[in-house]
Design a protein around this ligand. Sequence first.
Ligand code: PHE
Ligand code: ZN
Length: 879
Amino acid sequence: MYRDTPHAIHLKDYQPPEFLIDRVELHFDLDPDRTSVESRLELRRNPAATRGDGSLRLHGEQLELETVEIDGNPLTGSEYVLDPESLTLHRVPDRFSLLTRVRIHPSLNTALEGLYQSGDMLCTQCEAEGFRRITYFLDRPDVMARYTTTLVADRARFPVLLSNGNLIEECRLEDGRHLARWEDPFPKPSYLFALIAGDLRAIEDRFTTASGRAVDLKIFVEPHNLDKCDHAMRSLKKAMRWDEERFGREYDLDVFMIVAVSHFNMGAMENKGLNVFNDKYVLARPDTATDADFDGIESVIAHEYFHNWTGNRITCRDWFQLSLKEGFTVYRDQEFSADVGSRGVKRIADVRLLRAHQFAEDAGPMAHPVRPDSYIEINNFYTATVYQKGAEVVRMQANLLGPDAFRQATDLYFERHDGQAVTTEDFVRCMEDASGRDLSQFRRWYAQAGTPELTMQGDYDPAAGVYRLSVRQFTPPTPGQPEKRPFHVPLAIGLLGDDGEDLPLRLEGDSQAPAAGTRVLELKAEEETFRFVGLDSRPVPSLLRGFPAPVKLRFDYGDRDLLFLMAHDSDGFNRWDAAQTLMQRLLLALVRDPDHGVLDAFFDAFREALLDAEGDRALLAEVLTLPSEGYLADQMDLVDVDGIHRARAGLERAIGGRLRADLLAVYRANAAEGCGYVFTPEEVGRRAIRNLALHYLMQSPDDETLGLCREQFAAGDNMTDVMAALRLLADHGGAEGAEALECFYRRWSRESLVVDKWFAVQASSPREDALEQVQRLLSHPDFSLRNPNRVRSLVGVFSVANQVRFHAADGGGYRFLADRILELDPLNPQIASRLLKSMIRWRRFDRTRQALMCDELRRILDAEELSKDVYEVASKALE
Ligand code: PHE
Ligand code: ZN
């Protein structure tokens, strides 16, 4: 039990800071066991502060305070108050300089927040509230200061010393130590501070900005990883150019640095001029990384780089505004990936992710608005809602304004708020001011949680030639928000004629007939009817083209209409969506009734799509992938874990059997042409369709397909193909599977990111003994609770990507997860709390499973000491 119940922080209580900090001078004497931090702050009373008793309360946690001085005068213990979370100074001047010296212990820092040790290097992570574990400070994003940072360390152990901004001094000291001084000319909040010390190597490049400024680019890694940085560097240069062209944003320092570290809680961090990355999002060589890894690197490198404007130059006033920087920056990285890769495939991947994670979050006990009203632990709010739904909310505004007005609006935002800490309200006001549009109702997307459900109905009146489309919106209640007001929803709609061509969408009252194609309508009321005129025959509606809003659609399509859309819709996204709806319907019918049977028409459509020689292969692979077990579960009021697994596996087997010859032909036709691995949309698509074909074939394997799989595993010069084959062999099992796993491990045991894949393949296996295997792997010498990537690859993957085994009816999966959470919480609360999220939607399951999950949640809440992170999630889950 958490002894004093942690209290919630509310947006409505926001107050401007009573003091501002203009300058910060930090001096670090670095040592993994014992680092000394001296800080000199120039403080002054904030003229805009509204209240206060005149005292100064600085944040600080786990710091050993040695000295406090005001304007050079040491304070005695009676002149300040120290508690575990702060240092309070009473009666301070209106303007003064404050010196503090503290000691910290990086090697004991397992939470990976503040200054910590990763392998042989020292690094920092300060977002959201980690800076207070480095020194006493006003650790809140609306306090922006200029920093000078001096680093002193042993020269042999830590030859590279980095911090934000530009290097202004470097020298050798006695005793084998050296010093580096960095100065960051841009005021920044403390969460963007970073330092790195280590024995690192860098690849270097140079970028000339649109206005002719030369920027040195450096990617720092441990020496043995120097051969895995090229893709990251290429991605960085593409991102820098794209941001100039698309958003008019140039880089602003002389150097841009990226450092890859192996112990990292999140994906990466946008610290000013010194981005710190989980090495998973930097390191790639064709033989060690898959296409998905290459993709991930490209988009995360871009994401962090884009933060330089959306996050750093303009930051958040408080953490309730997190989506101001994250939603906008995700929108920007999604647009970047769409431009440099394949737009259609990117949209599908993004919507898949949104539906799988954000819709689920919005329907569970942790549901919250894009701009939350309250939190206990801010680390719990780095969520799919703030990131992915936040990006959709920006995308809706971009689409409502149109490209030109949206660009003017973002230009205005950058000009008006540069150097400030602002709110999502300030963002929307720029959208309005630049476009003249009224977005007052639109703002509800920031304030109301929950996924709106749109129920549409169409009927055609042949005599009048009119098609009426009625739309009703309803948003289910979420915690703390029992009733919702209607949203302002953009709808992108098309109507298909008998020949599959787009018809003109002429609304009653239109003076002119518009061109055929997509029309964007705006729904504002709870219920609205649109009347399309001049139609000679019943059209097939193509609704929500390109997924114009983060909503669920209910429309009673007949199977024939879905097949028609799948074959003819001019919108690629909706062709995919029609296929997904068809498959989902079929699968749910098979869950309810195993003898439901599958129509020949289904296999015919599948075959036709598969053999479409002109189609974009990556898109095809998306179309031909069945909805995941997790997604199917979300479509049921009461989840039938085993039924879903049986139905989905059964349909995959049927596809593999019925279409064997076609799948084999596709597999062979898409063999690589011997020029080695290239990461282009075409080649990625080719590997995707080929590996999907092999996947279906291996669901009812015979000697021939097993042979192909074995060959691909042995020959593969690229990790994409090797992993695909390894997964299939391992799931197939037997001596063959064990041998493949063994051989893979032996080959890659020294590449930690590849070892993560080896753990993950076993954790996600649908084999009946998956949990036993995962249990065994806990005591593998390479397993460690201290490395978040390793924990995610074993425990995270098992609980998120292995629905059938994690939710086993005997509760073994739940007990396993709760045990790990309890072990992990004292070490790393952020990771513990994230793992817990796979057990909080217990209400959707049968009585037995509900009881088992609740028992585990209660057991967790009963623990002696619990972090705020885990406390918040577990207690909200049981509310
Ligand atoms: N701000 C980081 C990003 O999205 C994420 C992050 C949050 C990293 C908290 C570390 C800690 O780009
Ligand atoms: Zn981000």
